[in-house]
Write a protein that binds this ligand. Structure first.
Ligand SMILES: O=P(O)(O)OC[C@H]1O[C@H](OP(=O)(O)O)[C@H](O)[C@@H]1O
Ligand SMILES: Nc1ncnc2[nH]cnc12
Length: 503
């Protein structure tokens, strides 16, 4: 059928096209059917929404579609019902535990990028990877397919360094210190981050508190060629675009299947032209990798994948047994990171990890002698040079370089939990801390999160404050408080863990 385009001010987070009920009945189209729109050389896929927002003879195009394709009001398009894409068969093959061939992986990724696969099928693909995994041939094919379906960045500087955490540990604002330290030493580090996947704040969510994180490739090239660094959201770019589409399903399910994580991280690094990549694998209870043996196996996979892509990869296995620093949630973490950069010091868990990772990069990039990287990183941090570089990054990314930690607003609805008994802190439950911060509204509500007053091993007296929940609304605060009561995120020796009666 031929219809006229009507641009709709609708943003649904999906690739939707709106069709009037009568028109849909005539064309035998049903809600969520996949259709192909053809106009000249343009071919776009979308899922049907039946709506009275459009009249017969019209098709409504949402803002989601307009972000990637241009349509003008009144333009005539042909709407063709589209059958089940071939790639669905390959997804089922993976569901049944089969090994995917390179061409099958390429078809799945192309269909994801072309929006031929809808959220429901993409979630099934992600779930099948969580359950059945991928071997190294499949991971390499997935990585290259993800990179080659998008743009590539070509920065006129060498060497290009990069750092990426597999995430999972609450409060991981570490790379916000690592990037300016490394750039202050004269190395080039165009850092892309994802938003939160399983945590309450991804690095992109935190940086966005004091600067823009969405830029075009040309803008990134200009920023990086000028100051040697950036800290941007990978999803705003057309770099490995399938990545950010699959991340949506991962976030909804709070899972990060290992093979997809490897491909997702490394496809972005490949597309950014990074030559020396440091991967941080936080390891400990309640994070993505719980044991050092598992971390070593994952490290070998990252290194092998790097070799296949022509990149030199090193891996740092880091302590992830409890939150990093004292804050969790975008605005609270932004405050803590900025404070540490300004003061050149801060919580041990943050400073040790940041200078340790930066030190490895300084050695990999050849600006620090072997074994001296961490010392050099600490000197750069303490001298204020990292803070100066951070100011440049904030300014180039459209933020206020003079911003102070106390200028950053945090959620003003608060509730503080106190120690029910005296004793030593024996454990802090990462998953519970993340769950509370997410229940409080993080990462979408920037001011939501947790301020932690204690770390494992510290001694508390009955009634001492343990942590404060921050939220931007009373409803969210209540949700988070209920969640915190149920999960008891902080354990103190001698504490009664559960009381069970009347069984
Ligand atoms: O912790 P979760 O949300 O699972 O993983 C996502 C986080 O991990 C990575 O960290 P970085 O950008 O290397 O600092 C991602 O980019 C993102 O910030
Ligand atoms: N970009 C990314 N994609 C998938 N998993 C990740 N874990 C950390 N960063 C990630």
């Amino acid at each position: 059928m031929k219809v006229k385009v009507r641009i709709l001010d609708v943003y649904s987070g999906r690739y939707s096209v709106f069709i009037n009920e009568k028109e849909a009945m005539k064309a035998k189209l049903h809600p969520d059917d996949l259709v192909k729109l053809e106009a000249g050389k343009k071919t776009v896929y979308g899922s049907v929404v039946i709506s009275s927002l459009v009249k017969e003879g019209e098709i409504g195009i949402s803002r989601d579609v307009l972000q990637l394709h241009s349509f003008s009001e009144g333009e005539v398009v042909t709407v063709i019902p589209s059958g089940t894409p071939e790639s669905v068969r390959y997804i089922k093959k993976k569901m049944n535990g089969g090994k995917l061939r390179k061409v099958e992986i390429e078809t799945i990724i192309k269909d994801i990028v072309d929006r031929k696969l809808r959220d429901i099928e993409i979630s099934s693909f992600v779930t099948s990877l969580e359950i059945n995994g991928l071997d190294m041939d499949e991971i390499a094919a997935l990585t290259i397919a993800m990179a080659e379906t998008g743009d590539m960045l070509d920065i006129d500087r060498k060497p290009i360094m990069d750092v990426h955490s597999i995430g999972g540990v609450p409060g991981n604002k570490t790379n916000i210190l690592v990037v300016p330290i490394v750039a202050a030493a004269g190395l080039t580090i165009p850092k892309t981050s994802s938003r939160a996947i399983t945590s309450a704040a991804g690095t992109a969510d935190v940086v966005e508190v004091f600067a823009d994180v969405s830029f075009s490739l040309d803008e990134i090239k200009r920023i990086v060629e000028k100051i040697g660094a950036c800290m941007v959201w990978g999803g705003a770019l057309n770099l490995a675009p399938a990545d950010d589409i699959t991340i949506k399903s991962e976030r909804a399910l709070s899972i990060d299947p290992t093979g997809l994580m490897l491909a997702s991280i490394m496809s972005k690094k490949y597309a950014m032209g990074s030559q020396y990549v440091l991967i941080d694998i936080p390891t400990g209870k309640g994070v993505k990798v719980e044991s050092v043996d598992q971390a070593r196996a994952l490290a070998r996979d990252f290194i092998e994948l790097g070799k296949r892509l022509g990149q030199y990869v090193e891996v740092a296995i880091t302590y992830g047994g409890q939150p990093i620093g004292h804050t969790v949630g975008p605005a609270l973490e932004a405050r803590e990171a900025l404070q540490a950069l300004m003061a050149g010091t801060g919580p041990g868990s943050l400073i040790e990890k940041a200078t340790g990772l930066a030190g490895v990069l300084l050695e990999m990039g050849g600006v620090a002698p072997a074994g001296m990287g961490k010392k050099m990183a600490r000197e750069i941090l303490e001298s204020g040079k990292a803070y100066q570089k951070m100011r440049e990054i904030i300014e180039e990314q459209g933020g206020n370089p003079d911003i102070k930690p106390e200028d950053i607003p945090v959620g003003d609805k608060t509730y503080t939990f106190t120690a029910p008994t005296s004793g030593y802190i024996t454990a802090i439950d990462n998953k519970a801390i993340t769950g509370i911060a997410r229940a409080a509204g993080a990462p979408e509500d920037k001011g939501a999160g947790i301020e932690l007053y204690v770390k494992v091993g510290e001694k508390v007296k009955e009634g001492d404050p343990l942590f404060t929940i921050h939220a931007e609304s009373e409803a969210r605060l209540d949700q988070a408080t209920v969640f915190a009561r149920r999960t008891e995120p902080i354990r103190i020796e001698g504490m009664v863990l559960q009381r069970i009666g009347n069984i």
